[in-house]
Design a protein around this ligand. Structure first.
Ligand SMILES: Cc1cc2nc3c(=O)[nH]c(=O)nc-3n(C[C@H](O)[C@H](O)[C@H](O)COP(=O)(O)OP(=O)(O)OC[C@H]3O[C@@H](n4cnc5c(N)ncnc54)[C@H](O)[C@@H]3O)c2cc1C
Length: 337
């Protein structure tokens, strides 16, 4: 596929008479040092996922407002943005992108606090959260960028499949994101192994506890749909962490790896939903105070509502897959593939 016009290159050392290596830092600490760079890179790739998604969305919206095709009751020859299925795709693109952006920014804000706060306990709390969110930002934001860029092509119909519209480029650009800086499979295993199981779920349960009051404390009756949906998804997340911890304790070595992807998608969906719920609380407050940009506030509420109704319910199916474990994943004999 290729990132066209990217300055990616391969360097080969030592082909012509050897190469000299210099030890930087302490011996045998290379992997640890590498992760300082690697974790930043993972967050940056997650942000690339947000950026490609946003570009694909903007382009799809522009096309949907221009392309005349089909009819709606009382009117022939309308722009395709009037059709409910096109609206569904645009809302899906918009909601996933806004959720991903909110999650990425939240992780980066925790990182700033981890670095700058002088109180050691506070700083460690924020570092735990960055550690937990890093594979989610890398994994979830890039997985959804594929969905968003693919929907962008779909909104363009046949024109999306040819090069001239540029819609295909977004999918091509997005396709590398789940691969480099550690494949998303590796991110998922980092999440279940190092970030959840290693501290016996401490960081994960802390996250769930922090996300719960997002809506409960707001007391905003207009946000009931979001509150109920988020609460169901957080219950799914809690159950999945418990299932994971009990499966990590048993003898089945394949179980964590077999459920890791679904665990990452469950947690990512939940965190993004909670971040959008937080945005909805803020937008609702501004709306009630007649403050800020009214269109921005109402759009934020609508998008958060859409996410709660159409995206958050995915956590139930991710949970079902986590609970199913590794049996059918590993059952097929290798010769049968
Ligand atoms: C456009 C582009 C730019 C790149 N830029 C750079 C760069 O600048 N610097 C750099 O160092 N690298 C770069 N890479 C390399 C990139 O980071 C690797 O391709 C990537 O980490 C995957 O490694 P791999 O290709 O060896 O795949 P493999 O490790 O062979 O993985 C193949 C598949 O097996 C899975 N897999 C592998 N091991 C395991 C395991 N233990 N458990 C479960 N699943 C596993 C993977 O998730 C994947 O699905 C770039 C790659 C591309 C395509």
């Amino acid at each position: 596929m290729g990132i066209h016009a990217s300055p990616t290159c391969t360097l080969a050392f030592g082909d012509n008479g050897g190469a000299v290596g210099y030890l930087i830092g302490e011996e045998n600490q290379g992997l640890v040092y590498m992760f300082a760079m690697m974790n930043e890179a993972r967050l940056a790739v997650g942000l690339q996922g947000v950026a490609v998604s946003e570009r694909a969305y903007q382009q799809a919206v522009a096309f949907a407002k221009e392309r005349i095709q089909g009819a709606i009751p009382g009117k022939n020859g309308v722009a395709i943005i009037h059709h409910p299925d096109v609206r569904r795709m645009l809302m899906q693109m918009r909601a996933l992108t806004e959720g991903a952006r909110a999650m990425a920014y939240s992780a980066l804000a925790h990182e700033d606090r981890a670095h700058k706060l002088e109180d050691q306990e506070q700083s460690r709390y924020h570092q735990r959260r960055v550690d937990l969110l890093t594979p989610l930002v890398k994994g979830w934001c890039t997985e959804i960028s594929l969905e968003v860029a693919s929907l962008g092509i779909q909104v363009h119909g046949g024109m999306g499949y040819v090069e001239e519209t540029g819609a295909a480029q977004h999918l091509r650009d997005a396709r590398i994101l789940p691969i480099y800086e550690g494949t998303n499979g590796i991110q998922a295993m980092d999440l279940v192994g190092r970030k959840i199981a290693r501290d016996q779920g401490l960081g994960a349960m802390e996250l769930i506890k922090d996300l719960h009051p997002v809506l409960r404390e707001s007391g905003d009756a207009g946000l009931t749909v979001i509150a109920e949906s988020l609460s169901a998804s957080l219950a799914d997340l809690k159950e999945s962490v418990e299932v994971l911890l009990s499966s990590a304790a048993d003898e089945n070595w394949a179980a964590p790896g077999a459920v890791a992807h679904n665990m990452l998608m469950l947690m990512g969906t939940c965190v993004a939903g909670a971040m959008l719920a937080k945005s909805a609380v803020a937008a609702s407050k501004l709306q009630k105070a007649d403050s800020g940009n009214p269109l921005f506030n109402s759009s934020k509420l609508t998008t958060a509502n859409f996410f709660a109704e159409h995206v958050l319910p995915r956590t139930a199916s991710y949970l079902a897959a986590v609970k199913a474990g590794s049996d059918s994943v590993m059952a097929l004999d290798i010769d049968a593939f």
